[in-house]
Design a protein around this ligand. Structure first.
Ligand code: ATP
Ligand code: MG
Length: 577
């Protein structure tokens, strides 16, 4: 391709709404354009990258026995009612009506439609296991579409669904996909970490992992062990309870006046104690009830753990009126002692505490020497707190570290959630009817492209890993007026393409500085500079975008040198097994 002909309109100024570097660079390099909030056009260069990621995903799915099909994007509401998700999915589901007034949804994910398909056509154990996948647009009316391709309302996903006879079969399928995902992100040249993730209150039966690209701009917080390979989304990370001061002798409870001291900081300041000796009481509201959740004063509640424990669809902090009604006090003075009207859910660690300080359910008052078990008995005791860096690893003696991650993929054991709701059964060897055991596995293809830029860029632009670069090399004749340079450049460009290197030539009548800037911005891994030396000495310069290394090579060798660099880098990113 000639750069003069590629439809890649570069931009100098980007809209202020572009906050993260991948969004900024894709707009500037002419790879995407916005059509509406969270809806983007992929321009030719951007789409080339997308297609490379798609091809890698496709090869790895096929290698594991996945069969590619294409399910409809427009899905009848009846299927979503059968699974129960028509109501649960909420505003994120794009809904539409046809001319007869029938309800449809634009697929945000395809469990319903594929379960319906498979239940109709799979009868016998002999037809299982079955791994079916597609690569297609997905639609989610996200509350906050942002960061360009990172959180779109229309985006490209690979989704595979596994159907097995039993749990052991599912474990095998899950492992296949886990391994395939590790290969996919390795081949894309990404630094990633699989982490244990939260299956959610309405999730499936078994485990789930998210594949996180490590990047400061990531929306997810993850913790990982400095010693073993434990890694988890903080939503899910297991807490190791501190042993506390359980050995201490219990003292007599006593009310004390704490005028105006509502927050943990105010109370610790007022009483000259540290926050570890306090119990924090938070009043929450679900769709069904009001509850109190308690944690040590220096800890935070993990609302996802709490919501899963309660099995509730909604969970939010109770409003002031409810707090006053339940505790009889202004917010900030709630405590578990005498709080008999509602359930108390205690974090495990609280039970290790002695002679603690809590709110007294009386405005401007706290109680000291409160002893869990003696002075109040929680209805549930469980791990409901947020884990932070510096804490103990739940698997070994190591310490947890913290990082930000971009979720580029997730593997999920669904179990029989959908096969039960929708009646997907098969006949086993003995002619008995059994539920199929399912898994689902998604790769955010367009998000992966954005994530790779978050990890691979510098102040000048994108630095594509070779396997997903839109082109491997750009050939730049330095002087437009020098016909010999142009001719040599043209020859090198032609032979590169003939030898399988994807090359473009910058044939524009522009100053070399402009061409170099654009080449850096777009991020071609290799740049071949054809200048006066090419004509006078028969040499060209090959500049490596990532390392900045410049090699001078004979014109006659240029093609083979470039071909070698490209094939070496492609081979390097290929996992061994
Ligand atoms: P998130 O928590 O980021 O909203 P999710 O857990 O809802 O994502 P899944 O249902 O697991 O997403 O979808 C599979 C993959 O699709 C995700 O791992 C992610 O890479 C990608 N993805 C999900 N939502 C979006 C979106 N709005 N824009 C782009 N990619 C997305
Ligand atoms: Mg997910």
């Amino acid at each position: 391709m000639k750069i003069s002909e590629i439809f890649a309109p570069t931009l100098r100024e980007v809209p202020a709404e572009a906050e993260v570097i991948s969004h900024i660079l894709m707009l500037r390099a002419g790879m995407i354009r916005k059509a509406a909030s969270g809806v983007y056009t992929f321009l030719p260069l951007g789409y080339r990258v997308m297609k490379k990621v798609i091809q890698i995903v496709r090869e790895e799915m096929d290698k594991k026995g996945g069969q590619e099909l294409m399910l409809p994007i427009i899905q009848p509401a009846e299927l979503w009612m059968e699974s129960g998700r028509w109501h649960v999915y909420g505003d994120e589901l794009f809904r539409l009506k046809d001319r007869h007034g029938r309800d449809f949804a634009l697929g945000p994910t395809h469990e319903e439609i594929i379960t319906d398909l498979v239940k109709g056509d799979v009868r016998s154990y002999k037809q299982l296991p079955l791994l079916l996948y597609q690569i297609q647009n997905k639609y989610r009316d996200e509350r906050r579409p942002r960061f360009g391709l990172m959180r779109g309302r229309e985006f490209i996903m690979k989704d595979l669904y596994s159907f097995d006879r039993d749990q052991e079969g599912l474990d095998v399928s899950y492992q296949k996909m886990y391994d395939a995902y590790a290969r996919i992100f390795t081949r894309c040249g990404l630094q990633f970490r699989p982490v244990e993730a939260d299956p959610g209150a309405i999730g499936g039966s078994g485990g789930t992992h998210e594949f996180m690209v490590v990047a400061d701009s990531g929306e997810a917080a993850i913790v990982y062990c400095d010693t073993c390979n434990y890694a988890a989304n903080v939503e899910k990370a297991e807490a190791v309870p501190d042993s506390g001061n359980i050995a201490e002798e219990m003292k007599e409870m006593q009310e004390i006046s704490t005028p105006g001291a509502r927050t943990i900081d105010e109370v610790t300041g007022f009483l000259k104690v540290n926050s570890e000796s306090l119990v924090k009481t938070l009043i929450y509201q679900t769709e069904a009830e009001t509850i109190a959740a308690i944690v040590r004063g220096d800890r935070e509640i993990n609302e996802i753990k709490l919501q899963n424990l309660l099995g509730s669809l909604h969970l939010e902090m109770a409003d002031e009126r409810t707090v006053r009604e339940i505790t009889g006090a202004a917010p900030g003075f709630a405590g578990p002692v005498g709080l008999s009207e509602i359930r108390i859910i205690a974090d495990s660690e609280v039970m290790q505490m002695r002679n603690t300080i809590t709110g007294a359910n009386k405005t401007d008052t706290h109680i000291i020497n409160v002893n869990p078990g003696r002075d109040f008995v929680p209805e549930r005791i469980a791990d409901i707190r947020l884990v932070k860096a510096g804490e103990k690893c739940p698997r070994c003696e190591g310490i947890l570290l913290e990082a930000r991650g971009i979720e580029v993929g997730q593997v999920f054991k669904l179990g029989t959630k959908y096969s039960e709701a929708m009646g997907a059964r098969y006949l086993d060897e003995n002619g008995r009817e059994k539920l199929m055991v399912m898994g689902c596995y998604g790769v955010g293809v367009s998000r992966t492209v954005a994530a790779s830029i978050e990890q691979n860029h510098d102040q000048d632009g994108i630095i594509w890993p070779m396997p997903i670069a839109p082109f491997h090399a750009v050939v730049v004749p330095v002087s437009f007026k020098d016909e010999q340079q142009l001719k040599l450049a043209q020859q090198i460009y032609n032979s590169l393409n003939d030898s399988g290197v994807e090359a473009v030539i910058d044939d524009r009548n522009e100053r070399p500085g402009v061409k170099f800037k654009d080449a850096d911005l777009i991020g071609f891994p290799l740049r071949v500079i054809v200048g006066t030396k090419a004509v006078e000495e028969g040499t060209v310069e090959i500049k490596h975008r990532r390392t900045g290394d410049v090699r001078t090579v004979a014109v006659t060798n240029a093609v083979s040198v470039i071909r070698k660099i490209v094939s070496d880098e492609l081979a390097e990113s290929m996992p061994s097994s």
